[in-house]
Write a protein that binds this ligand. Structure first.
Ligand SMILES: [Zn+2]
Length: 461
């Protein structure tokens, strides 16, 4: 598995960005691995709108491929000084934001939320016409419902902003703490509609604190206080920072082909063989952006390697579940779960006959335990599978795990189990997500567990 992780995150696959030739090359590599393990490729329905003739095993769709050209510039200044900062560590353009050539005053607008029903207008009290707005990621603790990054960009544009900066606030949620969120910018697609987008960059918490502090850096804790106020009440905490920002970069977009790879092990039981257990892991990552390579070892060469190992183990053992098992190497996860949504539009077996979906994502680093997110299944079943391989003590079982290729399956009513390694993932969406950070013992724990769970779900359960 470690060899597979190293291969997939090597420069040969260039970060496996969805829709690029690296996507296709890595799909071919995964296909060869499935075939070498003795699996067959699944028969998929041909999409008449796709420009590619689809082979057995490949499910494809046309996608847009955004790329930020090397050396994007972010400049932040006041009358006297300018704040030093570095690409990658302190700022990174939002990967699908348009080309930028803008300059304006930086105005802090809280979480950047406008929601009359909840009495929130984070733009209250400031003029953001021709400004660069700075908003925090996420939402205040009292906010009900969901708010997306694209929603916030739309509000910024409606309020006349020319561009935006976004940062993780210094006050972390317990979930962010557990996951080792560092406050550094990460690779991220904003997923705004073309008519609602603006040039924008993710900046570090430290840089956001410096922007909010007075020019003499006397108030470095000011952002912390503002975020605490925002979490306490819906009142706006907007403020003109007195600094100017300029954003300058080129975004190129190409048309490309997304490739999911589907391999199949038939079931043996005449009553149950028509039912399918799906085991999936996304293969795509962010490729090369702004001159930086995002290798994606933990995210998600690790899950891909675990899935391949489970497929190999079952197949080489000559074992056959009562139900069929479908292995899917998804692309398009980072760009908004495109590959898994595509599968649900064109499933190879009826959704009603899909027993469950196991998703493996980020399974290569952490504290040696596994985080298991469960929907639509008894938690006892998930724990029992751990018992069979002596791993019960290493499982942290939760309900729904937010984000990932299991989400469209859950929305379609399929029970889901998400397998993620527990503990900090400090290289999440960073150029430092390298194979030398991967722990082979954690891969092994994940593979043993998924194998046991798959055997239970493809069998009598
Ligand atoms: Zn990711």
């Amino acid at each position: 598995m470690l060899t597979d992780v190293t291969t997939l995150s090597s420069p040969a696959f260039n970060g496996r960005q969805t829709g690029t030739t690296d996507d296709a090359d890595s799909a071919k590599w995964v296909t060869d691995r499935f075939l070498a393990s003795g699996l067959s490729l699944a028969t998929v329905r041909v999409d008449p709108t796709s420009p590619v003739r689809q082979g057995r095993g490949y499910m494809t769709a046309a996608v847009t491929v955004p790329k930020i050209a090397p050396n994007p510039v972010l400049h932040i200044s006041t009358a006297g000084d300018s704040l030093p900062h570095q690409l990658g560590t302190d700022y990174l353009p939002i990967l699908d934001s348009p080309s930028a050539a803008v300059r304006g005053p930086i105005v802090f607008v809280g979480y950047g939320i406008v929601d009359r029903d909840q009495g929130i207008d984070d733009y209250d009290g400031v003029d953001t016409t021709n400004a660069i707005v700075l908003f925090l990621r996420g939402k205040p603790t009292h906010y009900k419902g969901t708010i997306s990054h694209a929603d916030k960009v739309r509000f910024a544009r409606q309020r006349g902003a020319l561009g935006y900066l976004t940062a993780t606030g210094p006050v972390l949620s317990s979930y962010e703490g557990r996951r080792g969120v560092t406050g550094q910018p990460g690779a991220f697609y904003g997923l705004s509609l073309p008519s609602e987008t603006l040039p924008g960059a993710w900046i570090s918490t430290t840089l956001a604190e410096q922007i909010l502090a007075a020019p003499d850096h006397a108030q470095l804790h000011r952002l912390h206080g503002l975020q605490e106020n925002l979490n306490r009440s819906p009142a706006a905490q907007s403020v003109n920072t007195g600094r100017y920002g300029s954003l300058a970069w080129q975004t190129r977009t190409e048309e490309g082909i997304l490739m999911n790879v589907l391999a199949f092990l038939p079931g043996s039981d005449s009553q149950k063989a028509h039912e399918v257990l799906v085991i999936g892991a996304h293969r795509d990552h962010f490729g090369q952006q702004a001159g930086l390579l995002f290798p994606g070892a933990d995210d998600n060469a690790s899950g891909t390697a675990v899935m391949l190992e489970v497929a190999r183990a079952i197949s080489k053992a000559g074992a056959q579940g009562k139900r069929a098992i479908l292995f899917i190497s998804f692309s398009g996860e980072e760009q908004g779960l495109i590959g898994s949504r595509l599968y649900l539009e064109r499933p190879i077996a009826p959704i009603g006959s899909t027993k469950a979906m196991i998703n493996i994502d980020h399974a290569g680093i952490g504290n040696g335990r596994l985080t298991i997110g469960v929907t639509g299944l008894e938690k006892e079943l998930v724990l029992e599978a751990g018992q069979a391989v002596g791993l019960t003590e290493k499982l942290d079982v939760f309900g729904f795990f937010p984000g990932g290729d299991h989400v469209p399956f859950k929305e379609a009513g399929v029970p889901t189990v998400t397998v993620v390694s527990s503990g900090a993932h400090p290289h999440f969406h960073q150029p430092t997500d390298n194979p030398d950070t991967i722990n082979k013992d954690i891969l092994l724990v994940a593979a043993r567990y998924v194998l046991a769970l798959a055997w239970a779900l493809a069998g009598d359960r």
